[in-house]
Design a binder for this molecule. Structure first.
Ligand code: ASN
Ligand code: ZN
Length: 548
């Protein structure tokens, strides 16, 4: 077997990990990684294949899962993953337009998935393995863990729904999956229960219920509670723009013709649908001219959904949020004076704002792109919505928000109400100058005291997980700013190419800021070449915000 290194092991000092609280679903505990600084530490720690780069000519020249597994078996001393046949299960094989193939594995124990522990093996166009990254938990691999639950999944769902006080009539049935969940130094056999509902306090909960004793180990919600602190056809949009819409004509016998916001004009896409939250029905109009005042939020949501769909399709060849043409669904007119918009794991929901702080949130193309990117993330890296992985989730949503809405590097400049504007809050967040806005006062004690959104690791907020899930909307600004710096040098199109690749080919659920740097820089190299201007710009963005 011919094996040739073309680059040494690619690792960075993992100082950032020190600031990640272990209380997240991270399979990488900070102490394990704090001293990974070189190739040697990699081998000694035999822990996480953050990023091994090498060229490995495959015997059989096939870029499939079983050869990738073979490769991992032969390189177990380098990656630290023993007994790969038992410990890893292939979950996805993904080809990209550079001709590369990415084989994703999840760590398993007796066939049960270890939450968040994904390893990706990358092949170049010549079917050679060129790198491996992700995370894997060697302790769990060694441990004997009984994987037969003592609780039924129905019971776990019952415990989870009561733990989060879910309303009785939920729009969706909760879903549960048996997983191995490492948490606070213990390893649990757990049901990961996803509880999603709308109502006054919409939520998308993940509740980890111990499958042995029924105790709730951990829970987090990916939708911030709207406490007001999150300041935030041919139709006519909120700001009076004329918008071309794709709609559907409905003719029923003995009834007059009407039109609905249902767009089935895109081949391979199951459609774009805009619903009214009050009625639960598709937004309807008697004519093909959507000009009435009360239709404006729906017109904007429908129009912006299509724009974002087109962006992902045209720029990245991605067919909808899941890349398999899943329907794009928005609910408008949500709640009363609701100053937020969110992705609930299945669809987008937009409030109309209270009219003084915010106007209808669907008016912002960047807001729509932000929320839809959460959908893309759910179906790609699936970054855990807490601490650094959560801040990456937020940052990628903001970065694509700023890329799709080509005009500026602000998020939400079109949805701020008159009072906010009078107050100097002309957008929600800024990628170019995050620190021009103050964070919520509750968060101030956890930063450097200045109370601004951070744009450098020196200004990182060490927030507990009960405040903004560990600062997902706060520390995201550091990554936002890195992307801005890169974008200034190479433009938004190339920035989008690089970040999209990082998100879909390299990042995994527990990736942290330092992994994001590696993923982004590697993506720039894949697309534009080593030492290219784009490679430099990608690295420079992270250099300037203090992420190594
Ligand atoms: N608009 C917010 C967001 O997308 C909703 C939330 O709290 N998650 O991040
Ligand atoms: Zn978000």
């Amino acid at each position: 077997m011919k094996k040739k290194y073309f680059a040494s092991v690619f690792l960075t000092t993992a100082f950032l990990l020190g600031s990640v609280s272990v209380s997240e679903a991270s399979v990488i505990s900070p102490s394990d990684n704090a001293n990974i600084t070189s190739d040697k530490a990699w081998n000694e720690n035999a822990n996480v294949p953050f990023f091994v780069k090498e060229r490995f000519a495959q015997n059989h020249n096939k870029n499939n899962a079983s050869n990738a597994l073979d490769y991992l078996a032969k390189n177990k001393n380098k990656t630290g993953i023993q007994n790969v046949q038992e410990n890893l299960e292939a979950t996805d094989v993904q080809k990209d337009d550079l001709g590369m193939t990415h084989v994703r594995f999840n760590q398993v124990k007796n066939g049960v998935k270890v939450e968040g522990a994904e390893v990706i093996v990358h092949y170049n166009g010549d079917n050679e393995i060129v790198s491996t990254n992700g995370s894997h938990n060697p302790q769990i691999a060694k441990q004997t863990i009984a994987t037969t639950p003592e609780l039924t999944s129905e019971k776990a769902i019952e415990i989870a729904t009561s733990s989060v006080n879910a309303p009785n009539n939920m729009n969706y049935d909760p879903e549960s999956e048996l997983v191995i969940y490492p948490f606070n130094g213990n390893t649990h056999l757990a049901y990961k229960v996803n509880v999603t509902y709308l109502g006054d306090q919409p939520a998308n909960w993940f509740v980890m219920v111990d499958a042995k004793n029924g105790k709730v180990i951990d829970q987090y919600n990916t939708i911030a509670t709207a406490d007001g602190s999150f300041h935030k056809g041919v139709g006519t949009g909120y700001w009076g723009d004329q918008r071309k819409l794709h709609t559907t004509r409905v003719t029923q016998p003995r009834e007059s013709t009407s039109f609905v916001l249902q767009d089935e004009s895109h081949e391979g896409l199951e459609g774009i649908y805009t619903y009214d939250s009050d009625t639960g029905e598709l937004v309807t109009n008697q004519s093909s001219s959507w000009k009435a005042e009360n239709l404006r939020p729906a017109v904007d949501a429908h129009y912006n959904s299509e724009k974002v769909y087109n962006y992902y399709m045209e720029e990245h060849g991605r067919n909808s949020l899941d890349d398999e043409g899943m329907p794009i669904i928005s609910y408008v007119n949500f709640g009363t004076d609701f100053n937020n918009a969110f992705w609930n794991g299945r669809h987008m929901t937009y409030g109309n704002g209270d009219g003084s702080y915010m106007v209808p949130l669907s008016a912002g193309l960047d807001v729509a792109a932000h929320e839809m990117t959460h959908g893309v993330i759910t179906h790609s890296a699936n970054l855990v919505y807490r601490n650094q992985p959560g801040a990456l989730n937020e940052a990628f949503a903001d970065i694509f928000g700023a890329i799709v809405d080509e005009e500026d590097w602000e998020i939400g400049e079109e949805i701020m109400g008159p009072e906010a504007v009078a107050d100097g809050r002309v957008s929600l967040r800024s990628l170019s100058d995050p620190g021009k806005y103050n964070v919520d006062e509750d968060y101030v004690p956890y930063g450097n005291g200045e109370g601004k959104y951070p744009s450098h690791m020196d200004e990182y907020y060490d927030l507990p997980s009960n405040l903004d899930n560990g600062g997902v909307h706060i520390n995201s600004s550091i990554i936002n700013h890195a992307a801005y710096i890169t974008g200034q040098q190479i433009g938004k199109d190339k920035l989008g190419q690089i970040y999209y690749r990082a998100l879909t080919a390299y990042l995994t659920p527990t990736s942290n800021f330092s992994h994001a740097r590696q993923a982004v820089v590697q993506s720039a190299i894949d697309i534009y070449g080593e030492e290219s201007e784009e490679h430099q710009a990608a690295a420079d963005g992270f250099d300037q915000v203090g992420i190594n």
